[in-house]
Design a protein around this ligand. Structure first.
Ligand code: CA
Length: 703
């Protein structure tokens, strides 16, 4: 009898899970929008877009088009100022090419704005709608990759209309509005512009000062078709075909289906964990927004792109708006594995970045920008090829890696490698040559050199000794009396006393306690330096056991990344910033996988919430999200280009991963204790699973 009841329960769960294929309904773009400058909780805006779409749309709860997203949409600002086409990747990079549209009714004095409520707002990846109370107007928008459809439902009013906010001149031709936006924060050629067209299905009775007015009857719908291009008005006109004279609901359904197909490649069947599914699919959605695909299809059907580097139009793909310092860690592992068709296009885009500018981007937005450290494009390139992606010009990418390792991009002074001569000559980047955050830079260059070495071997290249040797350069800044890495001067002496709690200085948005673990490629070597497994384990324990002490003197104030560490009551572990995010997985390398399982499950539970304060720091273009996606599946790419993943334990009882061209992978788990052992198709695994095993598919079990 009991057995029958249990079976019935199992059957009903299986039935309901097989019916709940609408993965996109779990996504909430408002998660991570309770963000301000002292508490980021994601620093994300509700992006309504197609996956990797060229233009995103966001509601704007701030007056100025120039405000960054910390305040452009803030969950507690209940006044709406417009609906912005945005290309902003990060609060710190600023927006570019942005403009906005704001409907209104009544006398259009000044800048229109309206009260709204989250109760009368619907935010989905593929559509956004809100009721503007002051104007009795319902706004709905749904985007394609290069365009968007607006459906505006007005009340009876002699003066209805909308205002367009853009920095450039606006021209009118019948029901069409032509405008440009050249707003940017650098990293573009002088001729950069976003050319946009807004086509209304209702004629204008009056026009003035970017305000377009018509008369409406009760419930009258006005449709706007909006498209834009970084190439030209002619190209914007071609892009307009994605929405012009098409039914709003059809476009919306297409967007829904496109998202659902991509999200559904990782199909969670565990109906006990509804909040976790919401977090999971919101994280997966945020993993599929960046890098942005800047390519457009011209009149002859060719894929082209405007190059921010030389201001010309070239063939093929170009992706931008990602900082590899953040995203090399796990975002590209996710795309390379589950979305290989996009991964190959991204690699082709990297080829084009190099051909058009002479460098691979480190922080592209859309051109080379001065932000963060490292030469982690090497990881992104090596990982994709070593994981079997083909169909792009790897020889040119190899040339780019070698060149970038031995030069620095002159305009941004960031792409390539700052301090490369001293780095190769001395074996580290010294603290006294004007290269910021030198110890962190050394750590990342050493890993980057390991990536170049691995790729070079796979390509049969000669002259790899330099990279093999340099991959060990982390040892040169290891300071035994602290068991940590430290800043070092050109003369070989240490850069003063090491304060392990000090953020910044020789480190990047982190401290020595955290950055010492950035030896992704050689944990055994780090263990040897520390004195063996027990010392390695002890030092890991310390991170979580220490009080959340910090020294913020480098910044002169408590940066939000520090605050987000202190408030979590989780020691000196700073999950809110990227350098720490692999650390819990390092226990695997000292044969303590149970500690990895325990910590990873705690971090998933404590640092992510199903709500507007979802994240514990900046989400950062998919990286903090991809960490959750992998961790929920039970493994993580500690060393992305190694094609291996460190195991933990899955969050959900069952997940099916479908990668095009490969047999599906069923990941399942039973039991709650942090002592699980994994097997793939019946073969026992240690603490690692190989990428090939994921691709072969079958059954990955945790018991
Ligand atoms: Ca960050």
């Amino acid at each position: 009898m009991i057995l029958w009841t249990m079976l019935a329960l199992v059957c009903s769960c299986a039935k309901s899970s097989s019916e709940s294929h609408d993965f996109v309904t779990y996504v909430n773009p408002l998660y991570g929008t309770l963000s301000n400058s002292s508490f980021s909780t994601g620093n994300t805006y509700p992006a309504t877009a197609r996956p990797w779409g060229m233009h995103f749309w966001t509601p704007q709860t701030t007056q100025s088009l120039r405000d960054g997203w910390i305040y452009s949409y803030y969950k507690e600002n209940l006044r709406m100022y417009g609906f912005r086409q945005t290309h902003q990747p990060s609060p710190w990079m600023g927006d570019y090419g942005q403009f906005s549209i704001m409907p209104f009714t009544g006398e259009a004095a000044g800048i229109p704005s309206s009260a709204f409520s989250h109760k009368s707002e619907e935010s989905r990846p593929y559509c956004y709608s809100v009721y503007l109370a002051d104007y009795d107007c319902l706004v709905e928008l749904t985007p394609t990759s290069h365009a968007a459809a607006f459906r505006l439902t007005y009340p009876e009013s002699n003066v209805s209309g909308f205002r367009v906010d853009a920095d450039g001149e606006i021209q009118i031709d019948g029901k069409r509005i032509y405008g440009t936006s050249s707003l940017n924060r650098g990293g573009v050629s002088e001729n950069f512009a976003n050319y946009f067209i807004i086509e209304s299905d209702t004629g204008f009775e009056a026009v003035g000062d970017n305000v377009f007015v018509f008369k409406t009857s009760k419930g009258q719908v006005v449709n706007l078709s909006v498209a834009s291009s970084f190439v030209s008005f002619e190209q914007a006109d071609l892009n307009l075909a994605e929405v012009a004279e098409r039914d709003f609901d059809t476009i919306k359904e297409e967007g829904h289906n496109e998202w659902n197909e991509l999200l559904g490649r990782v199909a969670v069947s565990d109906d006990r964990k509804v909040d976790e599914k919401k977090i999971f699919y919101t994280c997966l959605y945020r993993s599929l927004l960046f890098p942005r695909d800047l390519s457009e299809i011209d009149g002859s059907g060719r894929r082209i792109h405007y190059s921010p580097h030389d201001g010309k139009v070239h063939d093929g793909y170009l992706f931008s708006d990602t900082g590899f310092w953040d995203t090399f860690r796990s975002l590209f592992a996710l795309i390379d594995w589950v979305y290989p068709e996009t991964a190959m296009a991204i690699q082709e885009g990297l080829v084009n970045h190099y051909l058009e500018s002479g460098f691979l981007p480190e922080w592209g937005s859309p051109g080379h920008r001065d932000c963060m450290i490292g030469n982690n494009s090497a990881s992104v390139v090596a990982e994709a090829y070593l994981k079997g992606l083909r169909g792009y010009d790897i020889d040119t990418l190899w040339e780019a890696l070698v060149k970038d390792a031995h030069s620095v991009e002159p305009v941004s002074n960031t792409s390539g490698r700052r301090g490369w001569e001293e780095y190769y000559r001395l074996g580290y980047v010294p603290s006294d040559i004007g290269v910021k955050e030198s110890a962190a830079t050394t750590m990342e260059y050493a890993y980057d050199d390991w990536c170049i070495w691995q790729l070079g071997k796979a390509l049969g290249k000669d002259g790899l000794e330099e990279y093999e040797k340099a991959s060990q350069n982390y040892r040169n800044i290891y300071r035994p009396e602290y068991s940590m890495v430290s800043g070092k001067l050109s003369d070989g002496s240490w850069n003063g006393e090491l304060n392990p709690y000090k953020w910044g200085g020789d480190f990047t948005e982190g401290n020595a306690i955290q950055y010492t673990w950035s030896v992704f490629h050689d944990p055994d070597g780090l263990m040897e330096l520390m004195g063996g497994k027990e010392a390695f384990e002890h030092n890991l324990d310390q991170i979580f056991d220490l009080p959340p002490f910090y020294d913020d003197s480098y910044y002169g104030f408590q940066i939000h990344e520090i605050k987000e560490m202190t408030v979590m009551n989780y020691g000196n572990y700073a999950h809110g910033n990227q350098p720490a995010q692999h650390i819990a997985y390092m226990y695997n390398y000292c044969d303590k996988p149970e500690k990895t399982q325990f910590r990873v499950s705690e971090i998933m539970r404590r640092f992510y919430t199903a709500g507007p304060d979802c994240y514990c720091g900046d989400e950062d273009n998919g990286q903090t999200s991809a960490w959750y996606v992998f961790s929920a599946l039970g493994f993580y790419p500690v060393c992305p280009a190694s094609c291996e993943y460190a195991l933990a334990a899955p969050l959900f009882t069952e997940v099916n991963v479908s990668v095009p061209g490969h047999r599906a992978l069923n990941i399942n788990t039973k039991g709650d204790a942090a002592t699980k052992k994994a097997s793939i198709n019946g073969h026992k695994l240690g603490t690692i699973i190989k990428h090939d095993d994921l691709l072969k598919g079958g059954e990955l079990s945790f018991r």
